[in-house]
Design a protein around this ligand. Structure first.
Ligand code: NDP
Length: 452
């Protein structure tokens, strides 16, 4: 049987564009890709990239205070959101165009349309066209989930933040995960009065609890009204703003309420059931270790499969799929020891096990240090940097490394190499310190804080 395409990719985000480019340019496949919104996907258009630019923007406020403390004659004025927004839009368009030319140069045919699956080898586009393909890759990502709370129709999600004409004066952010905590810090830094409500004991559930405590304390010290064990009961729109009836008994009014209560796979109406694909909870596309669905010709990568929902993982999954299917080299994407960073302020970088997880493996030594970093201490700021190594007493391997403080994301990328290689505490110890940098503390931790 002949097909229109060797591969048809649905979704032009991180996983989809990587797989399409590799299939076309390296495996010589005939590739089509459909994207219904903007090429680049969540990461580039309404996720990691614009978020990180907002992190940079919000970081100038404390920097200006520090500069004054160092002797510069500067004072932070107001933040001009429309100015930033204009630059942000232009940058995202530049990136989107780069993605488009990257696909074109690789020989991929991009269809600016929504695609739905008709059967194991057929997709139908919103343009009315139908294409057949030997393989179909579902890489449609996820979308924000908002719980069914009375008044939820008055709320926004992170998608809308990047489209604001003006910054709100006040905001309530609901949720305690990556997105809620990052936006609480960003918007606070930009001058918005921020309240964050999280239903559980402590934000960033699943991360190392002690490290999270340092992040949460710092957020509160900086002025974020972080309320844990608190959820929204209802939201009422009034002339004064959105009145939020919360489980802590408060009835506060906010200009904006943003829900950041997780993301769900973007599989509604995608026709996957037509092809006989098994969907899991909340529409997750279930795949095996090679990203193959229950229909042999259809694969899925990225957030739609809800494995580890991070851009670099989607890219790896896309590349492993190409190795497996187009080069005949069965390759499983590696989901072990994935370093990551939460762009709160202070930043939080992490790789490997939390202390609670590591305790389950046997006796561990926990090394910690908390200090005021040289540059901000000089400026009189109270900010603390926190570092933690978790070491197996038996194998001496570093099982987990957690850093809270400036440039923690940069540090953890490199510490991640060592941990991934199976470095022992003694390997860290015999690495000479770079002086004077904050990261040198990671190789000069002498005595365990505790052995458990
Ligand atoms: P997360 O899964 O990280 O967090 C969801 C939060 O919402 C949790 O605190 C959860 O509480 C809470 N929640 C869920 N359902 C409800 C509900 N019904 N009522 C009240 N609270 C609720 O999701 P995010 O949306 O923050 O981020 C989505 C994904 O995007 C992340 O998992 C991450 O993989 C990725 N991401 C990565 C970033 C990075 O690498 N820096 C940045 C942003 C996103 P509970 O803990 O109690 O379940």
């Amino acid at each position: 049987m002949t097909f229109d395409y060797d591969l048809f990719v649905i979704g032009g985000g991180s996983g989809g564009v990587r797989a399409a480019r590799l299939a076309s340019s390296e495996a010589g496949a005939k590739v089509g890709l459909a994207e219904e919104y903007r090429l680049g996907g969540t990461c580039v258009i309404r996720g990691c990239v614009p978020k990180k630019l907002m992190v940079f923007a919000s970081g100038f406020n404390p920097m200006m205070t520090d500069a004054a403390a160092y002797g510069w004659d500067v004072k932070a004025g107001d933040f001009d959101w429309p100015h930033f927004r204009g630059l942000l839009d232009a940058e995202l368009t530049r990136l989107e165009n780069l993605y488009r030319s990257g696909q074109k140069n690789a020989g991929v045919t991009v269809h600016d349309a929504r695609a739905v699956v008709k059967d194991a080898h057929t997709v139908e586009l919103s343009t009315g066209e139908t294409f057949t393909a030997k393989h179909i890759l579902v890489a449609v990502g996820g979308k924000p989930f908002t719980p069914d709370v009375p008044g939820a129709e008055h709320t926004i999600t992170s998608n809308e933040v990047f489209l604001w004409d003006q910054l709100p004066k006040s905001i309530l952010i609901v949720g305690g995960g990556f997105i809620a905590s990052e936006f609480a810090c960003i918007l606070h830094g930009l001058g918005v009065k921020v309240t964050q409500m999280y239903r559980g004991e402590e934000i960033l559930r699943g991360f190392d609890a002690e490290s999270v405590g340092v992040v949460a304390d710092a957020m509160r010290e900086r002025g974020i009204d972080l309320r844990v064990k608190t959820d929204v009961k209802s939201i009422t729109k009034t002339d004064a703003g959105l009145v939020v009836d919360a489980t802590d008994g408060t009835n506060d009014t906010f200009e904006t309420v943003m829900y950041a209560t997780g993301r769900v796979p973007n599989t509604d109406g995608l026709g996957l059931e037509n092809a006989g694909i098994t969907l899991g909870k909340r529409g997750v596309v279930e795949v095996d270790e090679y990203s193959q669905t229950s229909v042999p010709s259809i694969y899925a990568v990225g957030d739609v499969t809800n494995r580890i929902n991070l851009t670099p993982i989607a890219i790896r999954e896309g590349a492993a799929f190409i190795e497996t299917v187009f080069h005949g080299r069965p390759t499983k994407p590696d989901h072990d020891l994935v370093p990551s960073a939460v762009f709160t302020q202070p930043e939080f970088g992490t790789v490997g096990m939390t202390e609670d997880e590591a305790k389950e493996t046997g006796t561990i030594e926990v090394y910690t240090t908390k200090f005021r970093a040289m540059n901000t201490l000089f400026a009189g700021r109270e900010d603390k940097t926190f570092m933690k190594l978790i070491v197996s007493a038996e194998t001496r391997k570093v099982l987990g490394c957690h850093v809270v403080g400036a440039a923690a994301g940069e540090m953890i990328q490199l510490a991640g190499v060592a941990v991934k290689m199976g470095a022992t505490k003694e390997d860290f110890d015999r690495t000479v310190a770079v002086h004077p940098v904050a990261a040198e503390e990671l190789v000069t931790l002498k005595t365990p804080t505790r052995t458990v």
